[in-house]
Design a protein around this ligand. Structure first.
Ligand SMILES: O=C(O)CCC(=O)C(=O)O
Length: 200
């Protein structure tokens, strides 16, 4: 559902939802940086307790209680991820380097339920980097069900703050293809890296 009345396609596609606090930055990672980060991620152990595989850094997040507590602190964030934590702070997305990172792997047919990131656990800004396959991320405004979506390209950065962080849910439908202006696009493997500041 790109290009609907709640998206802006100016000055040129991709069309970005007009949601206060949403920042979309294509081409944040060069192809070389994407490959380097993905290669490092794939050298690390994955947790397999969800339908999709995940890695947690800095702090563990409990998907059942939907909480982070003091006892969930993990070791130091490894250098290849910490470099991005520092970079995102230098770039002004955070006032200090984020200290919690979740890597999500989506195979075709996998998604993530529509949600607002835990308000009691995490700070005011959430930033995700996209690697691998492009995917449509859906947004739903909580008070009226208004919907929009964004085509997350590999190498892009998505920041959610303000309304985009608190008033809208975001999620990825579990399906094999996405409808785009160019037609149905099959999904391939996508990996995202999401940065947060723990506030517990
Ligand atoms: O895969 C993404 O880009 C978003 C991940 C996400 O929403 C989350 O980890 O809560």
């Amino acid at each position: 559902m790109t290009g609907n009345m709640f998206t802006s396609c100016e000055p040129a596609p991709p069309c970005i939802p007009v949601i206060p606090g949403l920042t979309y930055q294509p081409d944040t990672l060069t192809t070389v940086l994407q490959t380097e980060l993905l290669t490092w991620i794939d050298s690390q152990p994955w947790q397999t307790s969800l339908k999709r595989r995940v890695q947690h850094y800095g702090w563990r997040y409990d998907y059942h209680t939907r909480r982070v507590t003091q006892d969930m602190k993990l070791g130091p964030i490894p250098d290849p991820i910490m470099w991005w934590c520092d970079h995102l702070a230098v770039q002004g997305f955070f006032d200090r380097p984020p200290d919690q990172v979740i890597v999500n792997e989506y195979l075709p047919g996998q998604g993530i339920a529509a949600h607002v990131d835990c308000e009691l656990c995490f700070g005011e800004t959430i930033v995700s980097l996209s690697l691998g396959s492009p995917v449509l991320m859906d947004f739903t405004e909580q008070r009226n069900g208004r919907k929009s979506s964004i085509d997350l390209e590999p190498g892009s950065l998505l920041a959610l703050a303000d309304h985009a962080r608190y008033q809208w849910k975001h999620g990825i439908s579990a399906r094999l293809t996405d409808r785009t202006p160019a037609g149905r696009r099959p999904r391939a493997r996508r990996v995202s890296v999401t940065f947060r500041q723990v506030v517990v």
